[in-house]
Design a protein around this ligand. Structure first.
Ligand code: GTP
Ligand code: MG
Length: 170
């Protein structure tokens, strides 16, 4: 029988960057133009088969609105992986993502896999953050980086698959 690894994963990032949409795309293969802002946090699970094992993600989709910020440590504590999401059309959200990366590197699990996800990659004409700029930041900080679109289903499965594969290898 195949090995099953349980992975606690947390999504962090400013409000409206598309954290819930990424999770809903990954878990249910759905997308909503009018996704409600998350209250507190939502818990979902989904499994992916990798070569070595099945990874069962236990996903905490946190709320990005400022009033929930103090709750975040409850969700990233003990997490094996974190996806820090920004919106490629929103500069503030990229700065927000950088501050989440900093906080995770200071206070999160030192072995946690961190992935920076530039979401809304379908909105090319409104882009404010160059791919190269985010890629360089990720390299300098030793984290993964990928651009995604929950709307068009671009790189969403790859994002989770790469985290699972990389997480199993360390
Ligand atoms: P909080 O729960 O408040 O932290 O927000 P969130 O990060 O979970 O954002 P959410 O998933 O609710 O998405 C916010 C809005 O962005 C929704 O209206 C979505 O339809 C839209 N959205 C999410 N992902 C994409 C995407 O890939 N492309 C486009 N064009 N819109 C997106
Ligand atoms: Mg949400």
């Amino acid at each position: 029988a195949a090995r099953v690894c349980h992975f606690k994963l947390v999504l962090l990032g400013d409000t409206a960057v598309g954290k819930s949409c990424l999770v809903v795309r990954f878990v249910r293969d759905e997308f909503f133009e009018f996704q409600e802002p998350t209250i507190g946090a939502a818990f979902l699970t989904q499994s992916v088969a990798t070569g070595a094992a099945t990874v069962k993600f236990e996903i905490w989709d946190t709320a990005g609105q400022e009033r929930y910020r103090s709750l975040a440590p409850m969700y990233y504590r003990g997490a094996a992986a974190a996806i820090v999401v920004y919106d490629i059309t929103n500069k503030d959200s990229f700065n927000g993502a950088k501050s989440w990366v900093k906080e995770l590197q200071r206070r999160g699990d030192p072995n946690a896999v961190i992935a920076l996800a530039g979401n809304k990659a379908d909105l090319q004409s409104k882009r404010k953050i160059d791919y190269q700029e985010a890629q360089q930041y990720a390299e300098e900080n030793g984290i993964m980086h990928i651009e995604t679109s929950a709307k068009n289903d671009t790189n969403v499965k790859s994002l989770f698959h790469e985290i699972g594969t990389y997480g199993l290898s360390i």
